[in-house]
Design a protein. Structure first.
Length: 218
């Protein structure tokens, strides 16, 4: 090999090393991609740990839509023993997840079935139709307790979401991103809930579901 050949080989080697170093630093400078899942500590398959919840795809915060929609809230009735309906108009949102969050925030403001100071942290909706609704710790800390009060809190939420969003079939409550056994020792919150029982329905809905006397069997 001549001296010229050696010189050319050395230059090529230097260029290749410089290119490799540049590529390495370029890759290290790239941002780490973010996942679209959230985690909560709970049970799955009998094991306790962080369970990933795949939420429905949400649109960018920069996307906006115009218009309003009518929603029906299930709030604590004046008797304090059952639920009543409260029709409201709210801005239209660009996605199911964002619209559900707006409805829950409005419910927190208007229904005495939730204790004071409770804040909504997040809503995740799975492809199976389960809405995971994550609240701040005040939901447990400030809850008055009692089986009736717990039922009214849980079913106020589940009735509202299921009535307004056909894609939502069940609702599961989380607190500070974690599964909790109950609000105050009565309802099992390791389970998701559907619509409330008949005796908690608003009076108007109980009347609608009651069979007419003329149709009853003699």
């Amino acid at each position: 090999m001549t001296k010229n050949d050696v010189a050319v080989a050395a230059v090529v080697a230097v260029v290749m090393i410089a290119s490799a170093v540049y590529a390495t630093f370029w890759l290290l400078d790239q941002p780490v991609p973010q996942t679209t899942t959230a985690e909560f500590s709970g049970t799955a398959g009998g094991k306790v740990g962080h369970v990933p919840i795949q939420s429905t795809s949400d649109t960018s915060d920069t996307e906006s839509v115009s218009g309003t929609i009518q929603v029906k809230l299930y709030i604590l009735a004046g008797s304090g023993q059952d639920l009543a309906t409260d029709d409201q108009e709210i801005p239209l949102e660009a996605s199911l997840q964002r619209q559900a969050k707006q409805v829950v925030k409005l419910l927190l403001r208007r229904s005495a079935s939730f204790p004071r100071g409770v804040e909504l942290r997040e809503v995740f909706i799975t492809s199976q139709g389960v809405a995971y609704v994550d609240f701040s710790r005040e939901l447990v800390q400030n809850h008055p307790g009692g089986s009736s009060a717990e039922e009214l809190t849980v079913y106020s939420l589940s009735n509202t979401l299921i009535a307004n969003f056909p894609a939502i079939k069940m609702v599961k409550i989380l607190v500070e991103g974690r599964e909790i056994p109950s609000l105050a020792g009565h309802l099992d919150l390791t389970l998701p809930y559907g619509r409330g029982p008949e005796y908690l329905k608003p009076a108007s809905e109980r009347a609608e579901s009651r069979p007419e006397s003329g149709n009853e069997a003699s």
